[in-house]
Write a protein that binds this ligand. Structure first.
Ligand code: ADP
Ligand code: MG
Length: 257
């Protein structure tokens, strides 16, 4: 049974930059289901980050509203029900991996034993158990991003907001991370809002792909992804996959005309 969890109604965002108004989002309407993996896909500047930040209460929309199970984003943030992952891992250099992961728990005053237990469990989930005593600089970019995913999951949030988390990785690491994030998602059952500018990435990961077109940022189309789960790397070589990727690409062309 699908339950709408995030309701985005008529959201518009206008920035004022050096005296000029920039319409970053125009009348966005979208419902995201509980446990859904949804992508916000579009070229740079189409408002993906803006929309993600509005959902996550990091930014106030100019008009319209977002509600999450009937609550405001600000309530949800206070209740620590968002986990966020950004393009750059933003880890603390002087903290061991396990202590980076445990940081949100420390802030919530969870006791040390429980923090360690939870941090180990999360590092196992992202495949980094044996690196728990390393420092961030000792890990590759992909591994650091795994740490930030583990940290985002520390407080067991219901909603994971990810802003181009794999864009800085090479193609090989990125595809591996795509497979791994699906496994993590299937184990944790979070609602995921995933921002990307990669069509294959969105097609591989998502239940639905939201196509955003720029200037002003509009939701041009919502494309359901029919592939069964679990999805494995073989999917990328299938004709159906190529077909979906090209039909998503075409919907951009249509959205822009
Ligand atoms: P995306 O994440 O899709 O690249 P953004 O949401 O970052 O897009 O930006 C959407 C548009 O809003 C862009 O034209 C960008 O220049 C503009 N914008 C973003 N943040 C600000 C800001 N703080 N002030 C002014 N304009 C902004
Ligand atoms: Mg962005």
């Amino acid at each position: 049974m699908s339950v709408p969890e995030i309701k985005i109604e008529n959201v518009s965002m206008i920035y004022e930059a050096s005296g000029e108004n920039v319409t970053a989002l125009q009348n966005i309407n979208l419902e995201i289901q509980q446990g859904e993996f949804i992508s916000l896909l579009g070229p740079s500047g189409c408002g993906k980050t803006t929309l993600l930040r509005v959902i996550g209460d990091l930014l106030q929309a100019t008009s319209g509203q977002v509600s999450i199970g009937g609550k405001t984003p600000s309530q949800i943030r206070k209740e620590k029900r968002y986990g966020m992952v950004f393009q750059n891992p933003v880890l603390y250099d002087w903290r061991k991996i396990k202590d980076n992961v445990a940081l949100p728990l420390e802030m919530m005053k969870v006791d040390k034993g429980e923090r360690e237990r939870r941090s180990q469990e999360l590092l196992a989930l992202v495949g980094l158990e044996e690196f728990q005593n390393c420092y961030p600089r000792e890990l590759s970019g992909g591994m650091q991003q795994r740490v930030s995913i583990a940290r985002a999951l520390a407080a067991d949030p219901e909603i994971l907001l990810m802003d181009e988390p794999f864009s800085a990785l090479d193609e090989f690491s990125r595809e591996k991370m795509n497979e791994d994030i699906l496994q993590i998602w299937s184990q944790t059952k979070k609602t995921v809002v995933f921002v990307t500018h990669s069509i294959p990435e969105a097609a591989f990961l998502s239940d639905r792909v939201c196509v955003l077109t720029p200037h002003p940022g509009k939701l041009a189309d919502i494309i359901p992804v029919p592939f069964p789960r679990p999805r494995s790397r073989e999917l990328r070589n299938k004709a159906e996959f190529f077909q979906l990727v090209s039909s998503i690409r075409n919907s951009f062309q249509e959205g822009l005309t």
